[in-house]
Design a protein around this ligand. Sequence first.
Ligand code: NAD
Length: 455
Amino acid sequence: MKILNPATLALVADVAEDTPASVAAAYERARRAQPAWASTPLETRLAAITRFRDLVTERKDELALTLTREMGKPITQSHNELAALPARIDFFLTHTAGVLDEETVHTQPNALAEVITHEPLGVIANVSAWNYPWFVGSNVFVPALLTGNAVLYKPSEHATLTGRRIAELLHLAGVPEDVFVAVVGGGAIGAAVVEQPVDGVFFTGSYATGRRIAERVALRMIRLQLELGGKDPTYVTDDVDVRGAAESLADGAMYNGGQSCCSVERIYVHEAVADAFVDAFVDVVKGFKLGDPEDRATYIGPLARREQLDVLDAQVADALAKGARVLTGGQRAARPGAYFEPTVIAAATNAMRVMRDESFGPIIGIASVKSDDEAIERMNDTEYGLTAGVYSRDNGRAARVLSHVNAGTVYINACDRVSPRLPWTGRKHSGMGSTLSTYGIRAFLQPKAWHKKAG
Ligand code: NAD
């Protein structure tokens, strides 16, 4: 499998791809190794993940460069991802013991006790995405390993080298080689992973692939979690600091080239401030430097997947045909590599693809609305339900709007943000199940109910 640098299309590495047979063998190894890992004291598992966290921190420069070269993330943003990782890992290190604790929920004088214990699922499959491979991977494999599961892990084909480094560092840190097994390849190898008789499938990626996986897994009665895409809307009310909102939202729309599941994908702005907001937004976007992702001054790098350029071209053409205006960008950048200019589309409507289909690129549609109720209606007019936000000086007003929006995560005067302390949950086509928070630890456990009477 050839790994090309999306900025230059130069060959970064040529790696051997797994085969369905080697995936099956990897699964067998994980199955055999899991019981011993589950009976390892929790302290040993915590120590291994602590060491993994420290190894990542020690090697962050090399790991950031690897990520930038294989998927095009600007180097400062690769560093940011790695710098934020320890806090996520620490959350799991701190909270796993509490979730695993045995709970006595009822006792009676005649010595009946009702107790809940928590057992690992067994072997879980983790098929992962490329856009934040350290975050989305560790959200799954860290709590899975801490709770005693073995993991069959397939990184995205666009983050293969990072996936391999994750495996190497986990093994160096003390996770047995057969307890965390990484396989390499594209969609066919992902499908082979899902076909193994695992006890749970944890997938991060697109709705299209997630749906295919759900169909394959449905009849097997195993745990299935899907972290899928979004068409994340934000409403800007008429009482905001317009410049501040524009700066925050432009960053939320364009950071990582807009290739985040929670990137701001649509903006609805109250008509009273629409012109001022759009002007400020365009001004901020024009200041974003597009260029070589290895240059620390670069804010917009190439898209990780060349094919996505066609999606963005089509969204722009569709929006123009339906009456929108392109205020900046709107086309591929005139340079080698998979670059698209940061693009702002005004006078967008919900009939346009840029307001309906996940863009996953540096492009944003902005529409004006007359009222909070209209904003609520527009924000809910989507098949997705990942995140939504409101910018307002009035927190009560923002909260009222967001209480009517069907999304797993809501932001007030913030966007494009994930916290390890809060559950990350997609609704509708954005997925099912939760990662992060204590929900995201329980996800890798099954309860056992004990009815105990004295003999
Ligand atoms: P993708 O669906 O193309 O690929 C995801 C993974 O699935 C890859 O590892 C791929 O090799 C594998 N795959 C492809 N076909 C498969 C099949 N038939 N069976 C099993 N595995 C298969 O998605 P992507 O391009 O890697 O990621 C982008 C998408 O991920 C976006 O929609 C984004 O919003 C979403 N995402 C969601 C979250 C979240 O937490 N909700 C986080 C990051 C990314």
